[in-house]
Design a protein around this ligand. Structure first.
Ligand code: HEM
Length: 450
Protein backbone atom coordinates (compact mmCIF):
# COMPACT_ATOMS: atom_id res chain seq x y z
CA UNK A 1 0.00 0.00 0.00
CA UNK A 2 1.35 3.43 -0.87
CA UNK A 3 0.30 6.99 -0.24
CA UNK A 4 -1.87 8.44 -2.97
CA UNK A 5 -0.41 11.17 -5.18
CA UNK A 6 -1.74 14.61 -4.45
CA UNK A 7 -1.45 18.13 -3.26
CA UNK A 8 -0.58 19.52 0.16
CA UNK A 9 -1.37 23.11 0.94
CA UNK A 10 -1.24 25.11 4.13
CA UNK A 11 -1.51 28.88 3.58
CA UNK A 12 -2.66 31.09 1.94
CA UNK A 13 -5.93 29.26 1.60
CA UNK A 14 -7.34 31.04 -1.40
CA UNK A 15 -4.42 30.83 -3.80
CA UNK A 16 -2.72 27.81 -5.36
CA UNK A 17 -4.53 24.52 -5.94
CA UNK A 18 -7.10 25.06 -3.18
CA UNK A 19 -8.08 28.42 -4.65
CA UNK A 20 -8.39 26.71 -8.06
CA UNK A 21 -10.56 23.99 -6.55
CA UNK A 22 -12.88 26.51 -4.93
CA UNK A 23 -13.14 28.73 -8.01
CA UNK A 24 -13.65 25.92 -10.50
CA UNK A 25 -14.34 22.61 -8.69
CA UNK A 26 -15.37 20.80 -11.87
CA UNK A 27 -12.53 21.91 -14.16
CA UNK A 28 -9.99 21.49 -11.36
CA UNK A 29 -11.02 17.89 -10.75
CA UNK A 30 -11.11 16.96 -14.43
CA UNK A 31 -7.57 18.32 -14.83
CA UNK A 32 -6.41 16.71 -11.56
CA UNK A 33 -7.68 13.29 -12.66
CA UNK A 34 -5.74 13.61 -15.90
CA UNK A 35 -2.60 14.67 -14.04
CA UNK A 36 -2.67 12.44 -10.94
CA UNK A 37 -4.88 9.52 -11.95
CA UNK A 38 -7.98 8.05 -10.33
CA UNK A 39 -7.04 8.76 -6.71
CA UNK A 40 -6.22 12.30 -5.65
CA UNK A 41 -5.13 13.27 -2.14
CA UNK A 42 -5.70 16.85 -1.07
CA UNK A 43 -4.22 17.87 2.24
CA UNK A 44 -5.14 21.22 3.73
CA UNK A 45 -3.56 21.73 7.14
CA UNK A 46 -4.69 18.80 9.30
CA UNK A 47 -7.52 17.77 6.94
CA UNK A 48 -7.03 15.17 4.23
CA UNK A 49 -9.56 14.48 1.52
CA UNK A 50 -9.36 11.68 -1.03
CA UNK A 51 -11.10 12.12 -4.37
CA UNK A 52 -11.89 8.74 -5.96
CA UNK A 53 -12.87 8.67 -9.63
CA UNK A 54 -12.71 5.08 -10.88
CA UNK A 55 -15.95 3.00 -11.01
CA UNK A 56 -14.21 0.25 -9.02
CA UNK A 57 -13.48 2.78 -6.26
CA UNK A 58 -17.10 3.92 -6.36
CA UNK A 59 -18.18 0.29 -5.89
CA UNK A 60 -15.78 -0.16 -2.99
CA UNK A 61 -17.13 2.88 -1.16
CA UNK A 62 -20.84 2.53 -1.92
CA UNK A 63 -21.32 -1.25 -2.01
CA UNK A 64 -18.49 -3.64 -1.17
CA UNK A 65 -17.24 -1.83 1.90
CA UNK A 66 -20.03 0.66 2.45
CA UNK A 67 -20.17 0.30 6.23
CA UNK A 68 -16.66 1.76 6.34
CA UNK A 69 -17.71 4.95 4.51
CA UNK A 70 -20.36 6.81 6.47
CA UNK A 71 -22.19 10.09 6.18
CA UNK A 72 -20.00 12.42 8.23
CA UNK A 73 -20.21 16.00 9.48
CA UNK A 74 -21.48 17.21 6.09
CA UNK A 75 -24.89 15.83 6.98
CA UNK A 76 -24.97 17.05 10.57
CA UNK A 77 -26.39 20.47 9.91
CA UNK A 78 -29.46 18.94 8.30
CA UNK A 79 -29.80 16.51 11.18
CA UNK A 80 -29.66 19.36 13.70
CA UNK A 81 -32.21 21.45 11.81
CA UNK A 82 -34.80 18.84 10.92
CA UNK A 83 -34.02 15.83 13.07
CA UNK A 84 -32.82 12.37 12.01
CA UNK A 85 -34.20 11.04 8.73
CA UNK A 86 -33.35 8.65 5.93
CA UNK A 87 -30.93 10.96 4.09
CA UNK A 88 -28.75 11.87 7.06
CA UNK A 89 -28.65 8.55 8.95
CA UNK A 90 -26.78 5.27 9.03
CA UNK A 91 -27.11 1.96 10.83
CA UNK A 92 -30.25 0.47 12.41
CA UNK A 93 -32.24 3.75 12.43
CA UNK A 94 -31.59 4.26 8.70
CA UNK A 95 -32.51 0.64 7.91
CA UNK A 96 -35.76 0.88 9.82
CA UNK A 97 -36.79 4.14 8.10
CA UNK A 98 -35.78 2.74 4.72
CA UNK A 99 -37.88 -0.39 5.21
CA UNK A 100 -40.87 1.68 6.29
CA UNK A 101 -40.58 4.12 3.38
CA UNK A 102 -39.94 1.52 0.67
CA UNK A 103 -43.57 0.44 0.04
CA UNK A 104 -44.42 4.04 -0.90
CA UNK A 105 -42.24 3.53 -4.00
CA UNK A 106 -43.63 0.24 -5.23
CA UNK A 107 -44.61 0.07 -8.89
CA UNK A 108 -48.35 0.11 -8.20
CA UNK A 109 -48.01 3.22 -6.06
CA UNK A 110 -45.81 4.97 -8.66
CA UNK A 111 -48.51 4.43 -11.30
CA UNK A 112 -50.90 6.35 -9.03
CA UNK A 113 -48.47 9.26 -8.62
CA UNK A 114 -48.13 9.33 -12.42
CA UNK A 115 -51.63 10.87 -12.65
CA UNK A 116 -50.48 13.84 -10.57
CA UNK A 117 -47.28 14.11 -12.63
CA UNK A 118 -49.24 14.28 -15.88
CA UNK A 119 -51.74 16.79 -14.46
CA UNK A 120 -48.89 19.09 -13.45
CA UNK A 121 -47.13 18.61 -16.80
CA UNK A 122 -50.42 19.56 -18.51
CA UNK A 123 -50.65 22.75 -16.43
CA UNK A 124 -47.10 23.54 -17.57
CA UNK A 125 -48.13 22.92 -21.17
CA UNK A 126 -51.06 25.36 -20.76
CA UNK A 127 -48.72 28.05 -19.43
CA UNK A 128 -46.35 27.44 -22.33
CA UNK A 129 -49.23 27.60 -24.80
CA UNK A 130 -49.81 31.18 -23.69
CA UNK A 131 -46.09 31.96 -24.08
CA UNK A 132 -46.08 30.36 -27.55
CA UNK A 133 -49.03 32.48 -28.65
CA UNK A 134 -47.44 35.66 -27.35
CA UNK A 135 -44.08 34.57 -28.85
CA UNK A 136 -42.43 35.07 -25.46
CA UNK A 137 -39.51 32.89 -24.29
CA UNK A 138 -39.90 30.73 -21.18
CA UNK A 139 -37.19 30.26 -18.55
CA UNK A 140 -36.47 26.59 -17.95
CA UNK A 141 -35.14 26.68 -14.38
CA UNK A 142 -38.06 28.67 -13.01
CA UNK A 143 -40.59 26.57 -14.91
CA UNK A 144 -39.06 23.24 -13.90
CA UNK A 145 -38.83 24.28 -10.24
CA UNK A 146 -42.52 25.12 -10.31
CA UNK A 147 -43.65 21.87 -11.92
CA UNK A 148 -41.43 19.63 -9.76
CA UNK A 149 -42.36 21.40 -6.50
CA UNK A 150 -46.03 20.95 -7.39
CA UNK A 151 -45.45 17.24 -8.16
CA UNK A 152 -43.38 16.68 -5.00
CA UNK A 153 -45.75 18.46 -2.63
CA UNK A 154 -48.91 16.93 -4.11
CA UNK A 155 -47.59 13.37 -4.13
CA UNK A 156 -46.07 13.83 -0.69
CA UNK A 157 -48.91 15.50 1.23
CA UNK A 158 -51.66 16.24 -1.24
CA UNK A 159 -51.10 19.98 -1.39
CA UNK A 160 -49.59 22.22 -4.08
CA UNK A 161 -47.10 24.66 -2.51
CA UNK A 162 -45.58 25.83 -5.80
CA UNK A 163 -47.58 29.07 -6.21
CA UNK A 164 -45.36 32.14 -5.67
CA UNK A 165 -47.53 33.36 -2.78
CA UNK A 166 -47.36 30.10 -0.81
CA UNK A 167 -45.57 30.70 2.49
CA UNK A 168 -44.33 27.12 2.53
CA UNK A 169 -42.90 27.35 -0.99
CA UNK A 170 -41.22 30.68 -0.16
CA UNK A 171 -39.59 29.31 2.98
CA UNK A 172 -38.40 26.37 0.97
CA UNK A 173 -36.82 28.63 -1.66
CA UNK A 174 -35.11 30.68 1.11
CA UNK A 175 -33.58 27.48 2.47
CA UNK A 176 -32.16 26.60 -0.96
CA UNK A 177 -30.68 30.10 -1.33
CA UNK A 178 -28.97 29.88 2.05
CA UNK A 179 -27.42 26.47 1.37
CA UNK A 180 -26.14 27.80 -1.94
CA UNK A 181 -24.55 30.77 -0.20
CA UNK A 182 -22.86 28.59 2.42
CA UNK A 183 -21.53 26.34 -0.27
CA UNK A 184 -20.19 29.15 -2.44
CA UNK A 185 -18.71 31.19 0.43
CA UNK A 186 -17.87 28.68 3.15
CA UNK A 187 -15.25 30.93 4.72
CA UNK A 188 -17.01 34.31 4.67
CA UNK A 189 -20.47 33.01 5.70
CA UNK A 190 -20.71 33.41 9.50
CA UNK A 191 -21.74 30.40 11.63
CA UNK A 192 -25.43 30.09 12.36
CA UNK A 193 -25.27 31.48 15.90
CA UNK A 194 -24.19 34.90 14.52
CA UNK A 195 -27.38 37.00 14.06
CA UNK A 196 -26.50 38.17 10.51
CA UNK A 197 -29.42 39.08 8.19
CA UNK A 198 -28.84 35.92 6.07
CA UNK A 199 -28.76 33.72 9.17
CA UNK A 200 -31.90 35.32 10.57
CA UNK A 201 -33.73 34.82 7.26
CA UNK A 202 -32.61 31.21 7.18
CA UNK A 203 -33.74 30.52 10.74
CA UNK A 204 -37.12 32.10 10.02
CA UNK A 205 -37.46 29.84 6.97
CA UNK A 206 -36.54 26.73 9.00
CA UNK A 207 -39.06 27.68 11.70
CA UNK A 208 -41.80 28.25 9.10
CA UNK A 209 -41.11 24.90 7.44
CA UNK A 210 -41.07 23.05 10.74
CA UNK A 211 -44.34 24.72 11.83
CA UNK A 212 -46.11 24.11 8.52
CA UNK A 213 -45.07 20.48 8.36
CA UNK A 214 -46.03 19.94 12.00
CA UNK A 215 -49.48 21.33 11.19
CA UNK A 216 -49.89 19.05 8.15
CA UNK A 217 -48.72 15.95 10.06
CA UNK A 218 -50.89 16.66 13.13
CA UNK A 219 -53.97 17.16 10.97
CA UNK A 220 -53.29 13.92 9.13
CA UNK A 221 -52.77 11.95 12.30
CA UNK A 222 -56.20 13.14 13.42
CA UNK A 223 -58.13 12.38 10.23
CA UNK A 224 -56.37 9.03 9.46
CA UNK A 225 -58.01 8.66 5.99
CA UNK A 226 -55.78 7.47 3.14
CA UNK A 227 -55.00 10.41 0.84
CA UNK A 228 -53.13 8.11 -1.54
CA UNK A 229 -49.93 10.12 -1.00
CA UNK A 230 -46.52 9.43 0.53
CA UNK A 231 -47.49 10.85 3.90
CA UNK A 232 -50.42 8.43 4.16
CA UNK A 233 -48.03 5.59 3.37
CA UNK A 234 -45.60 6.75 6.05
CA UNK A 235 -48.41 7.03 8.61
CA UNK A 236 -49.63 3.50 7.84
CA UNK A 237 -46.11 2.00 7.71
CA UNK A 238 -45.08 -0.46 10.41
CA UNK A 239 -41.63 -1.78 11.20
CA UNK A 240 -41.73 -5.40 10.00
CA UNK A 241 -39.93 -6.65 13.10
CA UNK A 242 -41.29 -4.55 15.94
CA UNK A 243 -44.63 -3.44 14.47
CA UNK A 244 -43.76 0.12 15.55
CA UNK A 245 -45.01 3.17 13.61
CA UNK A 246 -43.07 6.34 12.79
CA UNK A 247 -43.39 8.88 15.59
CA UNK A 248 -44.83 12.33 14.90
CA UNK A 249 -41.31 13.81 15.00
CA UNK A 250 -40.04 11.26 12.49
CA UNK A 251 -42.98 11.92 10.18
CA UNK A 252 -42.18 15.65 10.25
CA UNK A 253 -38.53 15.07 9.56
CA UNK A 254 -39.19 12.65 6.68
CA UNK A 255 -41.74 14.94 5.00
CA UNK A 256 -39.20 17.75 4.87
CA UNK A 257 -36.47 15.36 3.88
CA UNK A 258 -38.40 13.94 0.95
CA UNK A 259 -39.28 17.40 -0.29
CA UNK A 260 -35.67 18.53 0.00
CA UNK A 261 -34.24 15.37 -1.56
CA UNK A 262 -36.81 15.12 -4.30
CA UNK A 263 -37.72 18.43 -5.81
CA UNK A 264 -34.58 20.42 -6.60
CA UNK A 265 -32.72 17.39 -7.94
CA UNK A 266 -35.53 16.53 -10.38
CA UNK A 267 -35.88 20.16 -11.34
CA UNK A 268 -32.15 20.51 -12.09
CA UNK A 269 -32.12 17.38 -14.23
CA UNK A 270 -35.14 18.56 -16.22
CA UNK A 271 -33.65 22.04 -16.74
CA UNK A 272 -30.51 20.53 -18.25
CA UNK A 273 -32.64 18.15 -20.31
CA UNK A 274 -34.41 21.12 -21.93
CA UNK A 275 -31.12 22.89 -22.49
CA UNK A 276 -29.69 19.81 -24.23
CA UNK A 277 -32.81 18.94 -26.21
CA UNK A 278 -33.29 22.59 -27.12
CA UNK A 279 -29.81 22.76 -28.61
CA UNK A 280 -29.79 19.36 -30.41
CA UNK A 281 -32.48 19.43 -33.09
CA UNK A 282 -31.84 15.93 -34.55
CA UNK A 283 -32.22 14.22 -31.14
CA UNK A 284 -35.26 16.37 -30.36
CA UNK A 285 -36.92 15.35 -33.62
CA UNK A 286 -36.35 11.67 -32.80
CA UNK A 287 -37.84 12.06 -29.32
CA UNK A 288 -40.87 13.91 -30.69
CA UNK A 289 -41.38 11.13 -33.22
CA UNK A 290 -41.14 8.50 -30.46
CA UNK A 291 -43.68 10.33 -28.29
CA UNK A 292 -46.04 10.81 -31.24
CA UNK A 293 -45.86 7.15 -32.24
CA UNK A 294 -46.43 5.78 -28.73
CA UNK A 295 -48.81 8.32 -27.19
CA UNK A 296 -50.28 10.39 -30.00
CA UNK A 297 -52.46 13.19 -28.65
CA UNK A 298 -53.93 11.55 -25.55
CA UNK A 299 -52.45 12.29 -22.10
CA UNK A 300 -49.46 10.02 -21.28
CA UNK A 301 -49.70 7.36 -18.54
CA UNK A 302 -47.22 5.32 -16.51
CA UNK A 303 -47.85 2.38 -18.88
CA UNK A 304 -46.41 4.40 -21.82
CA UNK A 305 -43.10 5.06 -20.13
CA UNK A 306 -41.42 1.65 -20.79
CA UNK A 307 -42.23 2.19 -24.47
CA UNK A 308 -40.20 5.42 -24.62
CA UNK A 309 -36.56 4.20 -24.53
CA UNK A 310 -35.14 7.26 -26.29
CA UNK A 311 -36.92 9.66 -23.93
CA UNK A 312 -35.42 7.70 -21.03
CA UNK A 313 -31.97 7.75 -22.64
CA UNK A 314 -32.15 11.53 -23.10
CA UNK A 315 -32.88 12.02 -19.39
CA UNK A 316 -30.08 9.58 -18.48
CA UNK A 317 -27.60 11.33 -20.77
CA UNK A 318 -28.59 14.70 -19.33
CA UNK A 319 -27.78 13.40 -15.81
CA UNK A 320 -24.51 11.89 -17.08
CA UNK A 321 -23.35 15.31 -18.27
CA UNK A 322 -24.92 17.28 -15.40
CA UNK A 323 -25.57 15.01 -12.40
CA UNK A 324 -27.77 17.01 -9.99
CA UNK A 325 -25.87 15.53 -7.02
CA UNK A 326 -22.40 16.13 -8.39
CA UNK A 327 -20.37 15.44 -5.24
CA UNK A 328 -20.78 12.82 -2.50
CA UNK A 329 -18.68 13.01 0.67
CA UNK A 330 -18.16 10.16 3.14
CA UNK A 331 -16.12 9.77 6.35
CA UNK A 332 -13.70 6.84 6.54
CA UNK A 333 -14.24 4.70 9.66
CA UNK A 334 -11.20 2.39 9.50
CA UNK A 335 -8.11 2.40 7.30
CA UNK A 336 -8.75 0.86 3.88
CA UNK A 337 -6.97 0.27 0.60
CA UNK A 338 -8.44 1.68 -2.59
CA UNK A 339 -6.77 1.25 -5.98
CA UNK A 340 -3.56 0.19 -4.21
CA UNK A 341 -3.47 3.36 -2.08
CA UNK A 342 -3.85 3.72 1.68
CA UNK A 343 -6.96 5.59 2.80
CA UNK A 344 -6.55 6.40 6.51
CA UNK A 345 -9.27 6.32 9.15
CA UNK A 346 -11.12 9.61 9.78
CA UNK A 347 -10.19 11.05 6.36
CA UNK A 348 -12.92 12.34 4.06
CA UNK A 349 -13.55 10.53 0.79
CA UNK A 350 -15.27 12.36 -2.04
CA UNK A 351 -16.95 10.73 -5.03
CA UNK A 352 -17.73 12.99 -7.97
CA UNK A 353 -20.21 11.66 -10.54
CA UNK A 354 -19.44 14.68 -12.76
CA UNK A 355 -15.86 13.42 -13.23
CA UNK A 356 -16.56 9.65 -13.27
CA UNK A 357 -19.31 10.26 -15.85
CA UNK A 358 -16.60 11.73 -18.09
CA UNK A 359 -13.96 9.09 -17.42
CA UNK A 360 -12.33 8.51 -20.83
CA UNK A 361 -11.83 4.78 -20.17
CA UNK A 362 -15.61 4.30 -20.05
CA UNK A 363 -17.09 7.13 -22.10
CA UNK A 364 -16.08 7.91 -25.66
CA UNK A 365 -16.05 11.66 -26.48
CA UNK A 366 -17.39 12.30 -22.98
CA UNK A 367 -18.38 15.95 -23.53
CA UNK A 368 -20.68 15.06 -26.45
CA UNK A 369 -24.44 14.78 -25.83
CA UNK A 370 -25.28 11.35 -27.22
CA UNK A 371 -28.29 9.56 -25.66
CA UNK A 372 -27.59 6.46 -27.76
CA UNK A 373 -24.83 5.58 -25.27
CA UNK A 374 -27.65 4.30 -23.09
CA UNK A 375 -28.99 1.88 -25.68
CA UNK A 376 -28.64 -1.79 -24.73
CA UNK A 377 -25.89 -2.44 -27.34
CA UNK A 378 -23.76 0.58 -26.42
CA UNK A 379 -24.09 0.09 -22.69
CA UNK A 380 -22.94 -3.55 -22.73
CA UNK A 381 -19.70 -4.10 -20.80
CA UNK A 382 -19.68 -0.70 -19.07
CA UNK A 383 -19.35 -1.09 -15.29
CA UNK A 384 -22.51 -0.13 -13.41
CA UNK A 385 -20.68 2.43 -11.29
CA UNK A 386 -19.40 4.37 -14.32
CA UNK A 387 -22.81 6.03 -14.06
CA UNK A 388 -24.33 6.75 -10.65
CA UNK A 389 -26.50 9.89 -10.58
CA UNK A 390 -28.71 8.18 -7.98
CA UNK A 391 -25.75 6.56 -6.18
CA UNK A 392 -25.54 2.77 -5.93
CA UNK A 393 -25.51 0.25 -3.08
CA UNK A 394 -27.83 0.27 -0.06
CA UNK A 395 -28.10 4.09 0.10
CA UNK A 396 -29.14 4.38 -3.53
CA UNK A 397 -31.78 7.08 -3.97
CA UNK A 398 -35.12 5.64 -2.90
CA UNK A 399 -36.87 8.06 -5.27
CA UNK A 400 -34.96 7.11 -8.44
CA UNK A 401 -37.82 5.42 -10.27
CA UNK A 402 -40.21 8.12 -9.07
CA UNK A 403 -37.88 10.79 -10.48
CA UNK A 404 -37.35 8.93 -13.78
CA UNK A 405 -41.09 8.54 -14.18
CA UNK A 406 -41.78 12.22 -13.45
CA UNK A 407 -39.06 13.42 -15.82
CA UNK A 408 -40.11 11.20 -18.72
CA UNK A 409 -43.76 12.13 -18.32
CA UNK A 410 -42.97 15.85 -18.24
CA UNK A 411 -40.72 15.61 -21.33
CA UNK A 412 -43.27 13.49 -23.21
CA UNK A 413 -46.22 15.74 -22.31
CA UNK A 414 -44.37 18.90 -23.37
CA UNK A 415 -43.02 17.49 -26.64
CA UNK A 416 -46.52 16.30 -27.55
CA UNK A 417 -47.53 19.93 -27.70
CA UNK A 418 -44.39 21.89 -28.61
CA UNK A 419 -41.08 22.08 -30.31
CA UNK A 420 -38.69 23.51 -27.71
CA UNK A 421 -35.66 25.40 -28.98
CA UNK A 422 -32.92 27.17 -27.05
CA UNK A 423 -32.85 30.95 -27.63
CA UNK A 424 -29.72 31.73 -29.66
CA UNK A 425 -26.64 33.42 -28.18
CA UNK A 426 -26.78 31.92 -24.67
CA UNK A 427 -23.56 30.57 -23.18
CA UNK A 428 -24.58 28.25 -20.35
CA UNK A 429 -22.22 26.52 -17.97
CA UNK A 430 -22.78 24.45 -14.83
CA UNK A 431 -22.43 26.37 -11.57
CA UNK A 432 -21.65 23.86 -8.83
CA UNK A 433 -23.06 24.67 -5.41
CA UNK A 434 -25.29 22.45 -3.34
CA UNK A 435 -26.74 21.29 -6.66
CA UNK A 436 -25.52 21.67 -10.22
CA UNK A 437 -27.68 24.37 -11.73
CA UNK A 438 -26.90 26.24 -14.95
CA UNK A 439 -25.01 29.47 -14.17
CA UNK A 440 -27.84 31.69 -15.44
CA UNK A 441 -31.29 31.60 -16.97
CA UNK A 442 -31.99 29.05 -19.72
CA UNK A 443 -34.35 30.77 -22.15
CA UNK A 444 -36.35 28.59 -24.50
CA UNK A 445 -38.62 29.34 -27.43
CA UNK A 446 -41.70 27.13 -27.48
CA UNK A 447 -43.42 26.62 -30.82
CA UNK A 448 -46.83 25.05 -30.64
CA UNK A 449 -47.37 21.91 -32.76
CA UNK A 450 -50.93 22.84 -33.55
C1 HEM B 1 -33.18 13.47 -10.57
C2 HEM B 1 -33.61 13.34 -9.33
C3 HEM B 1 -32.82 12.78 -8.18
C4 HEM B 1 -31.47 12.57 -8.05
C5 HEM B 1 -30.38 12.86 -9.07
C6 HEM B 1 -31.25 12.02 -6.73
C7 HEM B 1 -30.01 11.65 -6.24
C8 HEM B 1 -29.80 11.11 -4.99
C9 HEM B 1 -28.50 10.74 -4.44
C10 HEM B 1 -27.18 10.92 -5.18
C11 HEM B 1 -28.69 10.28 -3.19
C12 HEM B 1 -27.61 9.84 -2.19
C13 HEM B 1 -27.20 11.00 -1.31
C14 HEM B 1 -26.17 10.62 -0.29
O1 HEM B 1 -26.12 9.49 0.19
O2 HEM B 1 -25.37 11.49 0.07
C15 HEM B 1 -30.11 10.31 -2.93
C16 HEM B 1 -30.69 9.88 -1.77
C17 HEM B 1 -32.03 10.01 -1.50
N1 HEM B 1 -33.01 10.50 -2.34
FE1 HEM B 1 -32.76 11.08 -4.25
N2 HEM B 1 -32.45 11.91 -6.09
C18 HEM B 1 -33.44 12.34 -6.94
C19 HEM B 1 -34.79 12.37 -6.70
C20 HEM B 1 -35.38 11.95 -5.53
C21 HEM B 1 -36.82 11.93 -5.30
C22 HEM B 1 -37.86 12.33 -6.33
C23 HEM B 1 -36.99 11.52 -4.00
C24 HEM B 1 -38.25 11.32 -3.23
C25 HEM B 1 -39.46 11.39 -3.70
C26 HEM B 1 -35.67 11.28 -3.44
C27 HEM B 1 -35.43 10.85 -2.15
C28 HEM B 1 -34.20 10.48 -1.67
C29 HEM B 1 -33.99 9.94 -0.32
C30 HEM B 1 -35.04 9.77 0.76
C31 HEM B 1 -32.62 9.63 -0.23
C32 HEM B 1 -31.90 8.98 0.96
C33 HEM B 1 -31.86 7.48 0.69
C34 HEM B 1 -31.13 6.64 1.72
O3 HEM B 1 -30.09 7.03 2.22
O4 HEM B 1 -31.61 5.55 2.00
N3 HEM B 1 -34.73 11.55 -4.40
N4 HEM B 1 -30.76 10.82 -4.04
Amino acid sequence: MTTAPGITQYLPLLSGPLGDLMRDPLGFQLRAREQYGDVLRLRIGPFTTYFLYHPEHVRRVLSEHQKNYVRGWHYQMMRRLFGPNLTVSEGPFWLRQRRMAQPAFHRQRLAEYADVMVQEASKLASRWQAAAQEKKPVEARHEMSRVTLAIASRTLFDRDVSAGADEFGQAFAALGKYFDLRFKRPISTPPLWVPSPANRRFKRAVATLNEKVAEIVRQRLRDESDHGDLLSMFIQARDEETGERMSEAQLRSEVLNFLLAGYETTSTALTWTWYLLGSHAPVRERVRAEVKAVIGDRPPTAADVPLLPLTRAVVQESMRLYPPVWIIPRRVVAEDEVGGFRIPARATVVLCPYVTHRHPAFWESPEVFDPDRFSVEHGAGRPKEAYFPFLSGPHQCIGNEFAMLAMQLVVARVLQAFDVVIEPGQVIKPAPSLGLWPDGPVRLTVNSNS
